[in-house]
Design a protein. Structure first.
Length: 447
């Protein structure tokens, strides 16, 4: 590929395949939760608790994908295609090495992690088993995020959609077969739930590496001579955003620990609420990521005003549309909850949370779009510091009081989330409009 052949794609072309993939993933998430809950409530609660613990590890494993995407987008904005390809290889190799370290930590510390979040005794063993198996899959998770980021940066989102369709089909097949013992497979329960994830990770990375070689001519083994220096540069850009995600997951772990002591019912109420509203999160995430790539192109070509207007328009329109989706979900609350359980206490709890989510969604979407836009232009420190300050100085203490002092249960956490996202969205809006990011130049430091 020559330096003049790169074609920028529109927001629709970048995000439509990813959004379709996300919609398919939502369906798979629902089926996944139904399979787990129909097998047993304890299995559903155990996997939910384990995934909350693993969320921190997932964030860290994606360290190099964040900075890589920003550099790839800006290099492509300048039509420096070969430099963008070099960043891809560095991110992949570094992600594999990091994944090995993370997997080892998870395997050694699984029991301690389960205890730290006050895991109910009846599901503790299953939580630990699930973490053990996923520890082996962690190396592939980091590699998948890096390759996916590279394909997003180069505009090859249709390939990500194809991978997602195949991977989700394989996942559901093996999960059903290995949990319930169907199609001649043994009934493995929690082992089956974890093993199906491991199988899909392996299949996904094989496909993605093939696409990377075929579409972009990038070889996993073509490691640049200045590998260490490039890793440092990517890390410098990535670590603020990854730290924000990691600390936010630690914050969510603390929130879960407040709820866990109340019993499995509260854990499942939170889990089912998050599953039902996952569409809203994914819409905001997909649009913000597509906008991030386009803003990166704009910044790379020094068109700051187009970047500013683009992010403003995307944030407002997406927030309004997403809030409308939240309202429709609330209107059909009983239908959605009925897919997972007939427990009246859980049903009422989830309905209350879905109502609050209507208000939460608008501000969460604005925050997400503008936060990613600031990352794309190289403003990677201020947004993270502001978000972390709000999370730990305001939201965490309020969450503790809501659950332990005022006995508001899971619903109390959603009141806190609304306050938190209002403040964060306001801060991101101010940071974006003040235009201080106009002066940031990543290319001089990444050449």
């Amino acid at each position: 590929m020559s330096e003049t052949q790169f074609e920028r794609k529109s927001l629709f072309r970048l995000t439509a395949p990813i959004l379709l993939f996300s919609l398919i993933s939502i369906g798979v998430t629902f089926v996944d939760t139904m399979l787990l809950s129909n097998y047993s409530d304890n299995l559903a609660a155990a996997v939910s608790m384990a995934n909350q613990i693993l969320g921190v590890a997932y964030d860290i494993s994606g360290l190099f994908s964040v900075g890589a995407l920003i550099l790839i987008a800006q290099y492509l904005g300048k039509n420096e295609v070969e430099k963008a390809k070099g960043i891809v290889v560095v991110a992949m190799v570094a992600s594999c090495l990091l994944g090995l370290i993370i997997g080892g930590v998870l395997f050694v510390g699984a029991g301690s992690f389960a205890d730290w979040v006050n895991t109910p005794e009846e599901i503790r063993e299953d939580v630990i088993i699930y973490i053990y198996v996923i520890a082996f899959a962690m190396i592939f998770n980091g590699l998948i995020t890096s390759v996916t980021a590279a394909l997003r940066g180069f505009g090859h989102t249709m390939e990500i959609l194809m991978m997602g369709i195949a991977a989700n089909a394989v996942y559901i097949f093996f999960e059903s077969a290995l949990i319930y013992g169907e199609f001649g497979f043994p009934e493995l329960g929690v082992y089956g739930a974890a093993l199906s994830t491991l199988i899909v990770r392996l299949a996904s990375i094989g496909f993605l590496l093939w696409v990377l070689k075929r579409k972009l001519g990038i070889s996993f083994t073509a490691i640049p001579k200045q590998f260490i220096q490039q890793v440092k540069k990517i890390t410098k850009i990535s670590y603020p955003s990854v730290s924000e995600g990691m600390f936010y997951n630690l914050y969510q772990l603390a929130m879960v620990s407040f709820i866990a002591v109340l019993g499995t019912t509260e854990v499942l109420t939170r889990s089912y609420s998050l599953t039902i509203t996952s569409l809203l999160t994914l819409v905001a995430m997909v649009i913000s990521q597509g906008n991030e790539v386009l803003v990166g192109y704009d910044k790379g070509s020094n068109d700051n005003e187009t970047a500013r207007k683009r992010a403003n328009k995307t944030a407002i329109i997406t927030a309004i549309v997403n809030s409308g989706f939240a309202f429709l979900i609330y209107l059909n609350a009983e239908l959605f909850v009925g897919l997972f359980t007939q427990d009246d206490a859980i049903l009422e709890g989830v309905k209350s949370i879905l109502f609050l989510t209507i208000f939460l969604t608008f501000f969460n979407t604005v925050n997400m779009v503008l936060f990613n836009a600031l990352k794309a232009v190289g403003d990677v420190n201020r947004p993270v510091l502001c978000n972390l300050a709000m999370t730990f100085a305001i939201a965490l203490p309020l969450g503790y009081l809501a659950v332990t002092k005022y006995d508001l249960g899971v619903e109390g956490l959603w009141y806190v989330y609304i306050i938190e996202e209002i403040i964060k969205a306001t801060i991101m809006f101010i940071l974006w409009q003040r235009k201080k990011w106009h002066k940031y130049q990543l290319m001089e430091n990444a050449s």
